[in-house]
Write a protein that binds this ligand. Sequence first.
Ligand code: CIR
Length: 257
Amino acid sequence: MRHALVRGVSPAMGRCELTHRERQPIDIERAEAEHRQYVTALTDLGCRVYELPADPNLPDSVFVEDTAVIVGDAVVITRPGAASRRPEVEPIRAYLSSHLEILRMEYPASLDGGDVLRVGRTLYVGASGRTDAAGIAQLRALVAPRGYDVVPVAVTGCLHLKSAVTEVADGVLLANRMHIDVRAFGQGKWIDVDLREPDAANGLRVGDAVLFPAAYPRTAERLRRLGILVRTVDVSELAKAEGAVTCCSLIWDTVEP
Ligand code: CIR
């Protein structure tokens, strides 16, 4: 069984953190409609979706990915790099504690889940503006006993590692290689985003399919030509808050008896 945790769009999303984008007005009703379609897409792709209520005091709380890193039947609750986002973790921890074993990152570490790309039993972790050396070291210590390696990756010019690279099929990485040190990855199969779509590297793999922003049709076509099933969603309003498709859910699998 595949599960997904999401959280409603905060009415305060207009006050979100922004790093590489200019602030633009955000139409909350449109963002909510996009989020509903995102949830529908996850459901269609086989997820059982749980939705935590929106929080009017936490502008970025729809971006649940940053609060947690799931490793098998455990979850590392992060300490997000932006101070405004740290209160987001508690409701996520409380919800996940009845589904997964809880592991916790502590002060002084900083790490956003958007910086963690799992490929098999390797966690590639972006050293970004949100994730520091202490965060990477704590994550390594927490996941090593579970058989996961941690490999740091230098990230420049974008918010998170997964703004620049995501896995779209087993061992196949979709990337804008301008933003990352590709040497960290060793041998791998790469698909480059279309140059006219520099922000198109963030796809959300759900089983054999990839949930992908409708705004990047040329890169979507590259994926389809490789036989990858692509389901597009409009996330243009959420993108004004510097979000994309991976950031709006936490996904995990359980084996039913
Ligand atoms: C932030 O800057 O933290 C939010 N406005 C956007 C977070 C997007 N998260 C993600 O891609 N994992």
